[in-house]
Write a protein that binds this ligand. Sequence first.
Ligand SMILES: C[S@@+](CC[C@H](N)C(=O)[O-])C[C@H]1O[C@@H](n2cnc3c(N)ncnc32)[C@H](O)[C@@H]1O
Length: 367
Amino acid sequence: MRSVDYVATCNAGLEEIASREVRRLIGSKPKKLHEGAIAFRGKPRDMFLLNYCSRSLHRIILCLWKGRFSDLGDIYRKIRKLELSEYIAQNQSFAVVAERLGEHDFTSVDLAATVGKAIIDSYRASKGVRLKVNLDSPDVCFRCEARENHLWMGIDTTGESLHKRWYRKFSGKAPVKSTIAASMIMLSEFRYGETLLDPFCGVGTIPIEAALLAQRKAPNQNRSFAFENLEFLDLDYFEALKQRLRARERKLKGKIEGIDIASDAIEQARANARAAGVRIRFRRGDATRIGLSCDRLVSDLPFGIRTSPHNLRELYAKFFSNLARCEVKQTVLLTTRWKWVFEDWGEVKQVYEVDHGGIRAKILVLE
Ligand SMILES: C[S@@+](CC[C@H](N)C(=O)[O-])C[C@H]1O[C@@H](n2cnc3c(N)ncnc32)[C@H](O)[C@@H]1O
């Protein structure tokens, strides 16, 4: 089977973790394309496994063109040369979603319009048919992104971003993105049978992602994918793949636990875990006082939504002195107050800077 080019988007700053996951899933070796995007080669059917099973990716694009460009006219000529009839049927509609970053003399709307015109002209030249545009609910969605003088363009195989998991019935006040949560669990090197604790669990995202991983449950089940509209794919293979993956699921071994001081968060975490079909022990408790011993402690620390800055500083100090008294193999924390972690804890092994809902945050793997 021939190989194709892929671009996958992920959390900016976590390209290395996304690359490792792609390598584990399909054996390909991705390279960072730009902040929040990696590029790699694979088989067309790899898009099924990547979409269904990846825990750290947001979107998987079947890349049709990538490289340098000089201006909009150049982009038009490059896309106009593509042979698109194998990807989109004559009666299917399409849309183009464009993004750009850097200094350009055009807007993202201009970019989308240029790429759209090139797609229409290319298709008309090869098939004699004018493709229909449908911006609200297209059969096929093309995506392109210009970063300075580099552009990639391809077919979105995902649809709604993969970070939107089906089990999120409650989002709480400051939920961590599921793909950041899953990346933190991967960084903790959590293994099947080990204990994992999130002592500031909110609506339970980290413990739920850990349980899905431990039980080998696909994180992106119970949803549809944009690739289901692509007529050149063998969707029977996807159905068979889902059955094979379901047969590999296993029962939870080891204990996964979530603790939060707010009883409404605990109620919501329990409801989310029920929706995810995983069994986790959620209970109310104060992370500055309870025993924290476990194999992996993975947590998204409070950043001041319910707490005043003064109390927050004290909470960090108390939490780290509690943590120092406990036995934990590996601790991975997400925080916007990383200075306090350095002050209270000292050395950290690894640091990843991420965008946490529009706020600059860091994932810290503690020594
Ligand atoms: C940033 S949020 C965690 C969000 C969570 N990762 C999620 O996805 O919903 C921090 C949480 O810490 C909780 N919290 C604050 N002080 C606490 C304490 N002393 N002990 C335990 N939980 C606490 C808050 O109630 C809040 O739910």
